[in-house]
Write a protein that binds this ligand. Sequence first.
Ligand SMILES: NC(=O)c1ccc[n+]([C@@H]2O[C@H](COP(=O)([O-])OP(=O)(O)OC[C@H]3O[C@@H](n4cnc5c(N)ncnc54)[C@H](OP(=O)(O)O)[C@@H]3O)[C@@H](O)[C@H]2O)c1
Length: 280
Amino acid sequence: MSEVGNGKIAVVTGAGGTLCSAMAINLASQGYKVALLGRSLDKLKKVEEIILAEGGIAISVGVDVSDEASVIAAKDTVEKELGVCTVLINGAGGNQNDALTNITEYDERELLDDGSVKGFFNLKMDIFNSVIQINTMGTVIPCFVFGRSMAANKQGSIINIASMNSYRPLSKVGAYGIAKAGIANFTQWLAAYLAPANIRVNAIAPGFFLNDRSRKIMFEADGSHSARAKNVLSHTPLKRFGEAPELLGCMNWLISEEAAGFVTGIVVPIDGGFLATSGI
Ligand SMILES: NC(=O)c1ccc[n+]([C@@H]2O[C@H](COP(=O)([O-])OP(=O)(O)OC[C@H]3O[C@@H](n4cnc5c(N)ncnc54)[C@H](OP(=O)(O)O)[C@@H]3O)[C@@H](O)[C@H]2O)c1
């Protein structure tokens, strides 16, 4: 086990998921004691088992990151069992099918409410709002709760998880776009605000990575790429989806005081070139 983490504590939200499980396992392999936070304990436990089997230290803590009382309870558990964190990765989030339209522009049929299309005017505002709550407030609240102890300790590094939607809207996913744009803006705001507390705040913006939910959208039953996948790949110069390990170099750079001690308030795209081209 490497000594980079040297027993320091890292909190990773969404640690049962595709991207943040890889981050949590990598942090543990560097000697961080890792608190795995997420909704489903069974998913967290699988990650915990991997870390323990590799000789690392991890605990699993169930939490709803959009609920302040739940995050405070999780913080109390983490601080009692491990201590105050110096690294906070805010990875919990994602989209919900009921917040997506199935058309890319207004269609008069949506006014009929007969299910023939699912347009903006057919969405349920409470579900739209919950995507914003989970992704945006689900990042703000852990920063508020864990950040307070980090500020008292006068050290720390926070990484939020943004998206291509943070830079420009993508079709069909209006709520998720608002949420992720909010995360980029909040990352900059909090970076400036917490600089006197010696806490750096940055974000990683993954391009298109496969996870359990997006796999269903990107592949047909026969394993071929869906129309959405073809569209994404045709706008991605490297012509493939990202893989979770491809985020780790950026994560490790951003949390390193030696390598990135003067870096705060940035949002780093890891996107196979998606932002570099309009596709035309
Ligand atoms: N995959 C991509 O292409 C991509 C691109 C850009 C940004 N991102 C962002 O990267 C992050 C990780 O994505 P991923 O692909 O790894 O997705 P994922 O596999 O679905 O993981 C997301 C995790 O977040 C947890 N979570 C969701 N809502 C939560 C809540 N209210 N409280 C606590 N935990 C909650 C989920 O737990 P449960 O399963 O228990 O609900 C899940 O384990 C997300 O913020 C996502 O928006 C992903």
